[in-house]
Design a protein around this ligand. Structure first.
Ligand code: DHK
Length: 153
């Protein structure tokens, strides 16, 4: 058994269009790419003693299936549901059902943007929400989850 397999597992799940980071509206989302986000999460996970399972999908169904798979397997979830934050009751239901602490991350401050972005269905299932801090929000979410896992919360 490898050393990392005994570490708490945390899923970092990314929703639609986040594969376009770096190219997509850089004045809004910045110039960092999804590969940069993955590298940041891997580095942060290593520092915190977490094993990271990093994924991105453009499909709502796939995102929901991944959340379902987390049940009984993952110690925590960091999720940027992207556009599905504002539309998906089904994703909210999946997060409620999986019973794994989840932190919702948005790169941008959704409250400074269009009104339709101000509400997130997912927030109701999240232990916390981080938005507007750029990609460092992912590292902050992992840090908070590591503490919660350590505390046994
Ligand atoms: C990413 C998206 O793709 C948008 O649909 C959300 C979020 C905001 C972000 O800031 O990471 O509204």
């Amino acid at each position: 058994m490898s050393k990392s397999s005994s570490l708490p597992l945390v899923a970092v799940l990314n929703g639609p269009n986040l594969n376009m980071l770096g190219l997509r509206q850089p004045e809004v989302y910045g110039r960092m790419t999804l590969d940069d986000v993955e590298a940041l999460c891997a580095e942060t996970g290593e520092q915190l003693g977490l094993a990271i399972d990093f994924r991105q999908t453009n499909s709502e169904g796939e995102l929901i299936s991944w959340v379902q798979e987390c049940r009984g397997k993952m110690a925590g979830i960091v999720i940027n549901p992207a556009g599905y934050s504002h539309t998906s009751v089904a994703l909210l239901d999946a997060l409620m059902a999986c019973e794994v602490p989840a932190i919702e991350v948005h790169i941008t401050n959704i409250h400074r943007r269009e009104t339709f972005r101000h509400h997130s269905y997912v927030s109701r299932a999240a232990v916390g929400v981080i938005c507007g801090l750029g990609i460092r929000g992912y590292a902050l979410a992992l840090t908070a989850l590591a503490e919660m896992i350590e505390e046994g919360a």
